[in-house]
Design a protein around this ligand. Sequence first.
Ligand SMILES: Cc1cc2nc3c(=O)[nH]c(=O)nc-3n(C[C@H](O)[C@H](O)[C@H](O)COP(=O)(O)OP(=O)(O)OC[C@H]3O[C@@H](n4cnc5c(N)ncnc54)[C@H](O)[C@@H]3O)c2cc1C
Ligand code: FES
Length: 270
Amino acid sequence: MVLKKVGRVEEATEVSSGIYLLRISCPLKEPYPGQFVMAQPPGLEEIPLSIAGYSGGELKLIVAAVGETTRALCRMDVGDRLWVRGPLGRGFSYMSRKTAVAVAGGVGIAPLIYLVDARKREGLKTKLVAGFKSRVGGKLIQLLEDLGDVVIATEDGSIGAKGDAVSVASSMITRSSMVFACGPEPMLRKVVDLCMSVGAAVECSLERYIKCGVGICGACLIEGEEVSMRVCADGPVFDGETIVKLSDFDKLALDRSGCKVPLHGGCPSR
Ligand SMILES: Cc1cc2nc3c(=O)[nH]c(=O)nc-3n(C[C@H](O)[C@H](O)[C@H](O)COP(=O)(O)OP(=O)(O)OC[C@H]3O[C@@H](n4cnc5c(N)ncnc54)[C@H](O)[C@@H]3O)c2cc1C
Ligand code: FES
């Protein structure tokens, strides 16, 4: 059983508008890239966050301030305490190929930062394509460029290559045998389809509403005709062969109350 531990905030820096880098000292079992933690500021909910780095007892998170709990985390000061439970879930098979392409959409960059860094430490090469809607802050760009071989893409072309992450990465994907991805599901669908068409292996980190984080409650179920997966315990990282069997992928998700609702608006299915 993974118990909650007390973490201490060492840094909370806004690296781009509404996106923060948190460094938290907290002794954890060495995580794999792609695993996540449940983080809980005092008096608020426990929420899942991908591990963006872990070294010497220090955890790195990249957090987009989108609601009550993420905003509270991003407002924390050095020395503040929070609960941390993890590492949880199954990560990327990050050592599997000598060269690989990693494709990130928005804050989906978080687990890929850890993946690229871990591969680099093992002498494995990864080309990272980080896509954003528009210009992002200099500190975030610096953080990404420190990883090495990085292409920044923006949909409006305000910095880096113009286009979404998948279009910009497509020629690299077609030449690659291994692709890792994290981001919005329409983006992941494009990545999976492209990889399938060129025979590249692909692993994607998915998001669903997570409660227990350890495979017990069923809140994070993503279903297909023949298989169902718990994102928190069977994932959050799934390979392309599994993803194409999940008919809920890029379509339906369980909400907070357990109702299955469309991911992209429209009428609930029940
Ligand atoms: C495996 C996984 C890894 C994630 N990694 C990151 C990360 O590295 N950085 C990051 O900024 N965000 C990450 N998220 C998303 C993050 O968990 C949500 O943004 C956060 O829970 C929002 O909480 P809130 O109270 O601030 O906002 P709310 O207003 O409560 O919610 C805002 C949005 O977040 C979703 N959300 C709320 N609670 C949860 C929950 N318990 N589980 C999943 N989604 C939830 C809601 O459905 C809603 O769409 C990850 C989610 C998952 C499932
Ligand atoms: S959140 Fe409980 S089973 Fe996944």
